[in-house]
Design a protein around this ligand. Structure first.
Ligand SMILES: Nc1ncnc2c1ncn2[C@@H]1O[C@H](COP(=O)(O)OP(=O)(O)OP(=O)(O)O)[C@@H](O)[C@H]1O
Length: 245
């Protein structure tokens, strides 16, 4: 994505921002609250179409991006009247795809995320973390080349988060993923490249490139050293010029 420009109420959030997503890789994006991470995701998803929003989005294969994106929003956006299983197959239902295979896959994914015994519960009967896992299962079940994920594990306890990071890395291997997170360890475990977004208008730091393949061992010494560097960048982003906090 090049030359992304977007303003709210006359204040420019982005003014000529460029973000390269390496095909088949996961790019992790961190930054202070309010800097524009979710808005950037929405811009890529084609959900910021106002007159003040524009960006040039070019795919390596030359095809348009529209219809090839799975977007996991920060809020789980589940249908309150539908079961976990029906929510997980919503994409297939909207596309008019055969529901049999979609339901089988959704059942397996819901079991993988630890909800095999809650398939028929509605969102209101699930905890926040369980609802987030239903939304995650829905996004993982979408067979799309570009996956945009906005803090997909934020409502989960630490151990469940690690387990679902592993599952996500396994299931999304080879796909192009943009992951927004506030968790430096998560970014370093899952990202092939890790960026910090900061300032207003927002700019991107040069990428940190953790060694090895995701999902990386959370106790790895090299990862913990990089976490120190990432924390320094985040602290700088929170207190530097253009502070958005
Ligand atoms: N529809 C909108 N109208 C006006 N302002 C908006 C709108 N959407 C977002 N903003 C503003 O744009 C800025 C960036 O919001 P955004 O949600 O992208 O931040 P973020 O980096 O994802 O934050 P967080 O980490 O807290 O989720 C914020 O100041 C927010 O108030």
């Amino acid at each position: 994505m090049t030359d992304a420009c977007l303003a709210f109420d006359g204040v420019a959030l982005f003014d000529g921002l460029t973000l390269d997503l390496a095909p088949g890789r996961t790019t992790a994006l961190l930054g202070p609250s309010g800097v524009g991470k979710s808005t950037l995701l929405r811009l890529l998803a084609g959900l910021e179409n106002g007159t003040h929003a524009r960006a040039t989005i070019a795919c390596d294969d030359g095809r348009p991006l529209a219809g090839r994106v799975a977007y996991l929003a920060q809020r789980d956006s589940l249908l309150p009247w539908a079961s976990a299983l029906d929510n997980a197959v919503l994409g297939a239902r909207l596309r008019g795809a055969p529901l049999g295979p979609a339901r089988a896959r959704a059942r397996a994914l819901l079991t993988d995320v630890g909800l095999g015994d809650r398939l028929h519960d509605r969102p209101g009967a699930l905890s926040g973390g369980m609802r987030q896992r239903v939304a995650l299962a829905r996004a993982l079940g979408e067979d799309r080349p570009l996956i945009l994920m906005d803090e997909p594990f934020s409502a989960l306890d630490f151990l469940t988060r690690l387990r679902l990071q592993d599952l996500t890395a396994r299931l999304l291997a080879g796909r192009t993923v943009l992951l927004v997170t506030h968790d430096p360890l998560e970014a370093l475990r899952l990202g092939h490249a890790v960026h910090v977004l900061h300032g207003r208008p927002a700019t991107l730091d040069a990428a940190l490139i953790p060694p090895g393949a995701p999902p990386r061992d959370a106790t790895d010494a090299a990862l913990l050293a990089l976490q120190g560097e990432l924390l320094r960048r985040l602290t700088g982003a929170a207190h530097g010029p253009g502070d958005t906090a």
